[in-house]
Structure formats: structure tokens, C-alpha cells
Design a binder for this molecule. Structure first.
Ligand code: SF4
Length: 122
């Protein structure tokens, strides 16, 4: 994280926290365009340390499916997206899998788990 003053910078972004999709602007040290506090927090994260949820797939040993869809249980630093995704390359799970099962715990020490986003019975 940079310690440089951001007051003279301008950023704009679309809030992705809810479907309203407010257009947020950071200018002269102020955030405008947010309809709620969650948008303020989202924009502060975007400026200081942007984070993203990751969706991907892993191999599954199943009679019907070859890939299992997974996602992170919480957003991780955007700079770690590729490295986190690469951690899935060596993973192969076996059916049955229930939605929400942890496929990879605490990926790269972020505190986020990759979890199954669907159930596969066989
Ligand atoms: S600022 Fe609030 S209302 Fe607007 S998109 Fe973000 S979460 Fe939704």
C-alpha cells in the first residue's frame, strides 16, 4: 500500500456491491455518487487496495462432469488473482461434492477459501 497522498488524484468506478451500480467518483479527497456507506467502503478499497472475488473451475473425478465451478469465499487483493487461480491447477476433487464445500483453504494466506458453487452427486 502506498503512503502517498491521494487527495489530488481522481478516480471513478462503478460500485459492484449491489445491482444499483452507482457511479462513484473520488475527487479532491471526497467520494460522491454513492447511495450508501457500502459504496463508500467499496470506493476506498478500490483506491487503496482493490479486491476481487475469483470464479474458476477445478478438475473433478465424476461420471458426469469434468470440471467443478468454484469461487472465493471473499474478495482477495486484485494483484493476487492470477497466482490464486494457478493454485487450482493441481487440484482434483472427487464426487460427491456439496455446494459450499471447501476445495482449497486459505489460498496464498489470504484467508479466502475456494468453495464449490454447485453440488455434484456422482
Ligand atoms: S453505493 Fe450502495 S446502493 Fe449504490 S451500488 Fe453501491 S451498495 Fe448499491
Amino acid at each position: 500500500m502506498s503512503t502517498d497522498c491521494l487527495c489530488d488524484k481522481t478516480y471513478d468506478s462503478i460500485c459492484t456491491v449491489c445491482p444499483v451500480s452507482c457511479h462513484l467518483v473520488f475527487r479532491n479527497g471526497e467520494i460522491t455518487g454513492n447511495m450508501c456507506e457500502r459504496g463508500y467502503t467499496y470506493m476506498m478499497d478500490e483506491i487503496v487496495s482493490p479486491k476481487r472475488n475469483i470464479s474458476s473451475t477445478v478438475k473433478i473425478n465424476s461420471s458426469l462432469h469434468v470440471r467443478l465451478p468454484v469461487k472465493t469465499s471473499k474478495a482477495v487483493d486484485r494483484d493476487l488473482l492470477i497466482d490464486c487461480t494457478r493454485q487450482l491447477d493441481s487440484i482434483e476433487v472427487s464426487a460427491p461434492i456439496a455446494i459450499g464445500d471447501i476445495v482449497l483453504e486459505n489460498v496464498l494466506g489470504t484467508g479466502a477459501n475456494f468453495v464449490a458453487t454447485r453440488s455434484i452427486l456422482s
